[in-house]
Ligand binder design. Sequence first.
Ligand code: CA
Length: 239
Amino acid sequence: MEKKISVLVVEDEPDINELIRYNLEQEGYNAHGEFNGTDAVELIKKEAFDLIILDLMLPGMNGLDICKYLKGNSTFSDIPVIMVTAKEEEIDRVLGLELGADDYLTKPFSPRELLARIKAVLRRTYGNKKEEKNDGEVLVAGKLEIDIDRVMVKKEGVDLNLSSREYNLLLYLVQNKGKVYKRDLLLDRVWGDTVFVEPRTVDVHIRRLREKVEDTPANPQYILTKRGAGYYFSEENSE
Ligand code: CA
């Protein structure tokens, strides 16, 4: 049997901490809860975790300082961190300080969303080797169903026949939904750094993807443009 993935949940609100751990355990992860920032750091020094879910506002050491500490220390800097923040404005702090958090979530979030983020972060960090063997993993976003094992996307049961690039682009945006990506960054993440293509290529693929995915490609509801900033998958309209 493969070793279970071990997740540390640092969250001072007992109900939320317990809910997160419950959902993790249901998915086959090992989950450990900490309620105080200072205690969490002490534990991280003693025990190996594969992933840390870190609340921003904590008694003892706060989440920002913990993240800064972990990412600045070569022993811990590879452990992926998902920051959890209570308010939209705090995201700017998390991002602005470039703490190196691997992802973030704004409260309140659904367990399904958290689990999707965890899987995406684990996949990015460890590739598939640590990912749970999970037959038939399907991501649902609005009317879209992304079948990860079969590498296909259905909308209301109909196969959209995406090219592999379109698939990877959509999957990346869905797994990071709500986050806005510049074309350069999407090229880097989806095309990889071995390929030299014009940033405009991203626009072309986004247009084709919209033609397949959207009800009305000219007025997209899933794959949106943030003017002057980039593209993102909408959480609001697609749920
Ligand atoms: Ca808190």
